[in-house]
Design a protein around this ligand. Structure first.
Ligand SMILES: [Zn+2]
Length: 122
């Protein structure tokens, strides 16, 4: 799902997209001239190789996502807290790309299959 920056108002729009068994949906709100805040949720299951035994298993994902989309280069202002910003240079926001990047961030944590979860407790 791709939406032009100029089509996102300060009152916000609803967005929704999916890949495989994962849904990504929420609200996109214009918060600054070139900045859009996306509040959403990742929900579903992904195939993941267990970080202990490398066995592939179904990993449930349920993550609250707060990410900013910048139209063009983003430079953070001094004294401001660091934001989770993704830059877009084509004049529009690619929600599929945001979803992919959030899924990758989620997968970069350690996740164990059911069997290894059991062993871990011993
Ligand atoms: Zn395992």
């Amino acid at each position: 799902m791709v939406v032009e920056f100029k089509k996102i108002p300060a009152s916000g729009i609803h967005f929704e997209t999916r890949t495989g068994d994962v849904h990504f949906f929420g609200e996109a709100v214009k918060v600054d001239k070139t900045l859009v805040k996306c509040n959403g949720k990742l929900f579903g299951t992904i195939q993941h190789a267990c970080d202990r035994c490398a066995e592939t298993f179904c990993l449930p994902i349920e993550e609250t996502v707060e990410v900013f989309a910048s139209e063009g280069l983003y430079t953070d202002k001094e004294g401001e807290e660091l934001l989770n910003v993704i830059e877009f240079f084509e004049g529009s926001i690619d929600f599929d790309m945001i979803m992919q990047s959030e899924i990758e961030a989620f997968k970069s944590d350690y996740h164990y299959c059911g069997q290894c979860e059991l062993l871990k407790g011993e």
